[in-house]
Design a protein around this ligand. Structure first.
Ligand code: NI
Length: 165
């Protein structure tokens, strides 16, 4: 497993569409492992393949505090959305920034797991937000195009601490 470089806003690859995964090859398995490592290392709650420069429909998410319950979603598709939530959102590809985005409060997603078995994932609040945010990445959509009052700087104490180590 390895940490991959996270592409940041301004990198055109983030604006591209992605292709579905046809089969779990060793290369795809390695990519999934690397995406998980990269997400945890960056202390993110989600990461989509275009963020590491790969135009494939793969998303990893972990919204748990402990960071021990990863979701791997291949070729994910939103099949139901309901309700509404308005709150702060950020992205590993837009470091040090956040913005207010309104999303559905509930999301139901059909996808395949890392064994290419069909799964259904349902979530509310943070998980619903992460599902919508990450699946947007697969169509080249960044949250900054959905913010209500522009993006703003956020406290980066944690990153500063890490840099001091
Ligand atoms: Ni993002």
């Amino acid at each position: 497993m390895a940490i991959r470089q996270i592409r940041t806003i301004g990198d055109e690859i983030l604006l591209h569409n992605t292709k579905p995964v046809k089969a779990i090859t060793p290369r795809i398995s390695m990519l999934i492992g690397d995406m998980l490592d990269t997400m945890y290392e960056a202390k993110g709650v989600g990461l989509a393949a275009p963020q590491v420069g790969i135009l494939k429909q793969i998303v990893v998410i972990d919204v748990t505090e402990e960071g021990n319950n990863p979701l791997v979603l291949i070729n994910p598709e939103i099949i139901e959305l309901s309700g509404e939530q308005t709150g702060q959102e950020a992205c590993l590809s837009v470091p040090g920034k956040a913005g207010i985005v309104t999303r559905a409060n509930y999301a139901k997603v059909k996808a395949y797991n890392e064994h290419m078995e069909e799964i259904i994932v349902e979530g509310e609040e943070l998980l619903a937000r992460a599902l919508q945010h990450e699946i947007d990445h697969l169509s080249g959509i960044l949250y900054v195009s959905k913010v209500e009052d522009g993006i703003f700087d956020v406290n980066i104490t944690e990153e500063e601490e890490k840099n001091e180590e």
